[in-house]
Design a protein around this ligand. Structure first.
Ligand SMILES: NC(=O)c1ccc[n+]([C@@H]2O[C@H](COP(=O)([O-])OP(=O)(O)OC[C@H]3O[C@@H](n4cnc5c(N)ncnc54)[C@H](O)[C@@H]3O)[C@@H](O)[C@H]2O)c1
Length: 372
């Protein structure tokens, strides 16, 4: 198959959909990989690394779209790319269709095949192509929080692990899923005093089995949250209720009960946030202060570490890309339920129910294309 990797053109997006190592795996199996000039540079992969891995460089984005049977990207196509997409072309990338109607309409019009990273689903119900970015954001949440606890940056002026003879920082993590667990590992490694609050007892049992002694678990409810925020130094929001807006576990009125210089990092801000006062911020202007409490609410945290994020993402996407390249989208989806769940739009029809429902569009069950 001919695979094309365009350079991401969305503002401040430095990731790329394929590493040189990934290109080498595809080329080794007889596929042809075209990558747009300088597409990997923001992630630390200059063009020569791709040519050495057997890929070919094309100077413009239109040449990449023109030649490729499968386009691999990171972010959804933006308006400037809509007309480059060809009928029958397979697009494998994050789409998040339900949040943007013009994109959905443009992809329907293009008659392409859209396989969305975010809806590829494992048989056990997990979302394997979302996990790597949650892992990055979780680890970063602690790194950022530790930094903002420094006095000149607006924090209380407390060192995460303290030093002998002083108490460590109290870190409170709301939600013990992928983000919360990774945040807890980092905070524990820095020797902070960590508590994870969740509503799932099985999850907390698991966490208390695997976490070190400086990580405790506690039931997430208003009573416990109100008590803990009074002494917490760093609070990380990492709650997710699939398909719904995050619940506001920390409300506006609770800020007055926190100590000045408390740091809030709401990773869940991309789903509306679990801290009422958090509004999405950017890497250029990541924080704001309300009632002497510092808020960090960057909606695309992994974008700040494109080297790590690109490798983490492609580690997860490559096994699927290899199946798609080997068999074509139809046979690959027939053989693998996980890929079938990723199909959102085929030849001008919406084949993913939640996307059709979001915009009141006709829904065609994906089986129409996969059976027989
Ligand atoms: N800002 C970013 O850059 C960025 C990057 C990646 C992920 N995220 C977001 O981070 C959030 C967490 O993602 P995840 O992958 O860890 O999800 P996850 O599903 O793995 O974990 C969510 C956890 O929240 C728990 N939970 C649900 N209701 C709760 C409540 N009332 N109190 C406490 N815990 C509760 C669940 O039991 C679960 O353990 C999501 O909103 C995701 O979109 C943001």
């Amino acid at each position: 198959m001919i695979i094309g990797i365009p350079k991401e053109i969305k503002n401040n997006e430095n990731r790329v959909a394929l590493t040189p190592a990934g290109a080498q795996e595809l080329v080794k199996r007889g596929h042809t990989v075209y990558i747009q000039e300088t597409a990997g540079i923001g992630s630390g992969f200059p063009d020569h690394m791709y040519t050495e891995a057997g890929a070919k460089i094309l100077p413009t984005i239109s040449e990449v779209y023109q030649i490729a049977e499968m386009i691999m990207k990171v972010k959804e196509p933006i308006e400037a790319e809509y007309d480059l997409i060809r009928e029958d072309q397979l697009l494998f990338t994050y789409f998040h269709f339900a949040s943007y109607e013009p994109l959905t309409k443009a992809m329907l019009k293009s008659k392409s095949i859209c396989l969305a990273y975010e809806t590829v689903e494992s048989i056990h119900g997990g979302l394997p192509l979302l996990v790597p970015m949650s892992e990055v954001a979780g680890r970063m949440a602690t790194q950022k929080g530790a930094n903002y606890l420094e006095k000149p940056l607006g924090g209380k002026g407390i060192l995460m692990g303290g030093v002998p003879g002083t108490l460590p920082a109290k870190v409170m993590i709301l939600g013990g899923g992928v983000v919360g667990t990774q945040a807890a590992w980092m905070a524990a490694g820095m020797k902070a005093d960590v508590t994870i609050l969740d509503v799932s007892l099985p999850r907390m049992r698991y966490l208390s089995d695997v976490m070190p002694a400086n990580v405790k678990t506690r039931m997430s409810n208003e009573y416990n949250i109100r008590e803990m925020i009074q002494t917490a130094d760093l609070i990380i929001g990492a709650v997710l209720i699939p398909g719904a807006k995050a619940p506001h576990l920390i409300t506006r009125d609770m800020l007055k009960d926190m100590q000045p210089g408390t740091v809030l990092v709401d990773v869940a801000v991309d789903q509306g946030g679990c801290i009422e006062t958090c509004k999405p911020t950017t890497h250029e202007d990541p924080t704001f202060i309300i009632d002497d409490v510092l808020h960090y609410c960057v909606a695309n945290m992994p974008g700040a570490v494109p080297y790590t994020s690109t490798i983490a993402l492609t580690n997860a996407t490559l096994p699927y890309a290899l199946q798609l390249a080997e068999k074509g989208w139809k046979k690959a989806a027939q053989d693998n339920y996980e890929l079938a769940k990723g199909l959102n739009v085929i030849h001008g029809e919406v084949v993913y129910k939640a996307v059709a429902d979001a915009f009141d569009l006709n829904y065609t069950p994906v089986e129409k294309y996969l059976v027989g």
